[in-house]
Design a binder for this molecule. Structure first.
Ligand code: SF4
Ligand code: SF4
Length: 105
């Protein structure tokens, strides 16, 4: 029974996202996107960063840094890098919420 709290914890208790002020994702040539069949970035990204609304839209603050998009774009049209130091997603952090859960407050 002592492990029960660990079962009901959300994995998100260990995740912090600190969006950078500027995007770490660059579409190299937006004209290529217009000709891109099916626009696969709009469905392969697990965090729905890409969308299409009369042009490619990149909601970079949603990025969970899986690293897939530069490889999955059929046109090699995405320049992706990690966000600058101190920004982006961090895993394994003991968040204030988790501390509250463990202390029972
Ligand atoms: S998959 Fe690549 S080329 Fe196609 S719409 Fe997305 S970014 Fe543009
Ligand atoms: S790195 Fe992953 S989560 Fe971030 S935009 Fe690319 S596919 Fe989406």
């Amino acid at each position: 029974m002592s492990n029960f709290k660990h079962v009901i914890e959300s994995p998100l208790d260990y995740v912090i996202i600190q969006p950078a002020p500027e995007s770490h994702i660059l579409i190299i040539n937006e004209e290529l996107c217009e000709q891109c069949e099916n626009k696969p970035c709009t469905y392969y990204c697990p965090s729905r960063v890409y969308s299409w609304d009369e042009g490619i839209k990149v909601n970079y603050v949603r990025c969970i840094e899986c690293g897939a998009c530069p490889y999955a774009c059929p046109q090699q049209n995405i320049a992706w890098q990690y966000p600058s130091k101190g920004y982006g997603i961090q895993y394994g952090i003991l968040t204030e919420r988790k501390l509250t859960v463990e202390s029972g407050k």
